[in-house]
Design a binder for this molecule. Structure first.
Ligand SMILES: *Cc1c(COP(=O)(O)O)cnc(C)c1O
Length: 347
């Protein structure tokens, strides 16, 4: 078991801070008359402030994920979780973090906004992880971001490599598992009790089909979670989101069916895309998208767009020259994509 002193990693100026104490923090029982929060007393479903700690929703999520409520933090999307990690651990203008490259764009945006230097650790040409290199690149960093399965490359990294990094790196390792439900590998959540420097991010935006409600999950040691709760905006998860997410989690069959269908469509698309003339390379995928290399990204992108299909041009990212990222759609949408690509003419 790896134990690191979290208090040595967080911003020293935060030590001893008192969190904002809201009316709902001070009283969370069941009263018949609430005159404590200056709310409008007339019930319309949302006239009351939401539970600042989202306990009912967290109880359900922790059952599903098999972790304790004290290991779970909810954010306004993973994006808020990422931003709060910067604010908790990093001193502006002084501290550094490291992220793999190519990867999700928010790590560098959030670093920039928080005035933190971001070191980029280049993946191997086949998008695999170079353990020695990343440990070297991350030396002196407060946070190390590893997205697995990775966006935009689609692959996930072997658990042994992630364990090795967790063992040898003495900062916080953030494993972004936004796409974990589409992967065959198991989540790193099972390692939470073994590594106090592990943070795992997941989201309701992909497999759960609720990008619109903005709900991100962050799993870590109870110590890190209680710090996250201290620095978060008091009511960061609104009532509509809490209710909507809870209702969705009552019956997970629909979510499971959608994941299965997307994975089936992924196998189909991987096979079919490889047979299309304008597609030079199809990368393997553990996610709900597929990265392909084409002859000319701009022409292909525009051609698809002119036919009503919008994909993501990832050409500007490291190691992704001439690559398009295709999200897996419904069976009908995927057939249309294939048909359109097959009909593409190019010089
Ligand atoms: C889509 C995505 C997320 C989700 O972010 P939200 O703010 O929860 O919608 C997080 N990480 C990665 C790598 C993603 O691709």
């Amino acid at each position: 078991m790896k134990r690191i002193a979290i208090e040595k990693l967080i911003r020293p100026d935060l030590i001893g801070m008192m969190a904002y104490s809201s009316a709902r923090d001070e009283y969370s029982g069941n009263a018949s008359v609430y005159l404590d929060a200056n709310e409008n007393p007339y019930n319309n479903g949302v006239n009351r402030y939401p539970d600042p700690l989202q306990l009912k929703l967290k109880e359900r999520i922790s059952e599903i994920k098999n972790v304790s409520k004290e290991q779970l933090f909810l954010g306004n999307g993973s994006d808020e979780c990422i931003d709060l990690l910067f604010r908790l651990f990093c001193i502006s203008g002084k501290d550094q973090v490291t992220a793999i490259n190519p990867s999700y764009g928010m790590y560098s945006v959030s670093a920039r906004i928080n005035q933190i230097k971001l070191n980029e650790s280049k993946l191997n040409i086949d998008f695999s992880l170079n353990t020695e290199q990343i440990i070297k690149d991350a030396e002196g960093s407060k946070l190390l971001f590893i997205c697995s399965p990775n966006n935009p490359t689609g692959n996930s990294f072997p658990k042994e490599q992630l364990i090795e990094i967790l063992t040898r790196f003495d900062g916080i390792v953030v494993i972004d598992e936004a796409y974990i439900d589409f992967a065959d590998d198991e989540s790193m959540l099972t390692e939470l009790l073994n590594f106090s420097n592990l943070v795992v991010c997941q989201t309701f935006s992909k497999a759960y089909g609720m990008a619109g409600i903005r709900l991100g999950m962050l799993f870590a040691s109870p110590e890190i979670i209680s710090w996250m709760n201290k620095i978060k905006p008091p009511y960061n998860i609104n009532q509509l989101t809490q209710t909507f997410a809870f209702d969705k989690l009552v019956n997970l069959n629909q979510v499971q069916n959608e994941i299965e269908s997307i994975k089936k469509e992924r196998s189909f698309l991987l096979k079919e895309l490889a047979r299309i003339q304008c597609v030079e390379k199809v990368y393997p995928s553990d996610s709900n998208f597929i990265l392909i290399k084409v002859k000319n990204t701009i022409d292909s992108y525009n051609y698809l767009k002119n036919n009503g299909i919008v994909v993501r041009n990832r050409s500007s990212q490291l190691l992704c020259e001439n690559c398009l990222r295709l999200t897996i759609g419904t069976p009908e949408e995927n057939l249309l994509l294939l048909k359109t690509l097959k009909e593409m003419k190019y010089e």
